[in-house]
Design a protein around this ligand. Structure first.
Ligand code: ZN
Length: 256
């Protein structure tokens, strides 16, 4: 059974709203062994499929849904969004949005930033979203695109949880990559990402994007590179698993 780093519930804030459950995972718990030990949730990294499948079932249970009702993405480091009406793996997107109460949405990473949104709508079911964002996602604007889509679809109050990612001190990068971020991002976002000399801190950029949209996120977990016992890091280990974040509307009854 996967042991989450943190989990929680966003209580309803508007009429017609429902509580939304989320959980952030690391390496702990789970069925995978070796370099994928223990809680790898990614089917595409070379792990034993039966172990990954057990881990995904356990991930789903953390938010009260079935493993067969998870929506995953094959991230493409762009800003494309899938409007999800059923479970499965969605290729070529870095953002999933749904209003379906039976589904759990998953974003995974092993240095990139996994995050979720819970968007309340007056008199309607909430929207939930899971997003994957690396440095290319910062340049492509996947976080802003997702927030804009949630607002177009009626979101009046948006909450967010941001999972673990590599920090700027551990993610040194070539000058050209830093220049791209400087040229294609909003100034305050680029400043946040490039604050570490010679490094890239994607999570600081994501947090800046959220704050400038008026969203104060819950932030879970530290630097993936610095915590080998609890977090997967692609840049530290290359062949490794993925942790992640899952979100779903939950059945918990909240007293009115
Ligand atoms: Zn670090």
């Amino acid at each position: 059974m996967i042991l989450p780093l943190a989990s929680g519930v966003f209580a309803p804030v508007a009429p017609g709203d429902r509580p939304v459950c989320w959980a952030v995972t690391g390496r702990l718990g789970g069925s995978s062994v070796g370099e994928f030990s223990q809680a790898n949730i990614a089917p595409h990294v070379g792990d034993d499929p039966s172990a990954t499948s057990r881990n995904l079932n356990s991930l789903a249970a953390l938010v009260g849904v079935k493993g067969a009702d998870l929506a995953l993405m094959q991230a493409a480091h762009g800003s494309s969004i899938a409007r999800v009406h059923g479970a499965g793996t969605f290729p070529g997107v870095d953002s999933l949005i749904t209003d379906r109460p039976e589904l759990g949405l998953v974003a995974m990473g092993a240095d990139c930033v996994p995050l979720i949104f819970c968007a309340s709508r007056e008199g309607d079911t909430p929207l939930i979203s899971a997003v994957h964002c690396g440095w290319k996602g910062i340049v492509a604007g996947v976080v802003e695109a997702t927030i804009a889509e949630l607002r177009v679809r009626g979101a009046t109050h948006i909450q967010s949880v941001v999972g673990p990612a590599i920090c700027g001190a551990c993610y040194s990068s070539a000058v050209d990559r830093r220049e791209l971020i400087r040229s294609f991002s909003q100034r305050e976002v680029a400043e946040a990402v490039l604050r570490s000399p010679g490094g890239i801190d994607v999570r600081e950029g994501v947090l800046t994007q959220l704050m400038s949209a008026g969203i104060e996120p819950v932030v879970v977990g530290g630097c993936t590179y610095e915590n080998p016992k609890t977090l997967f890091s692609y840049r530290r280990e290359n062949r490794t698993g993925r942790q992640g974040i899952v979100v779903a509307m939950c059945e918990i009854q909240v007293p009115s």
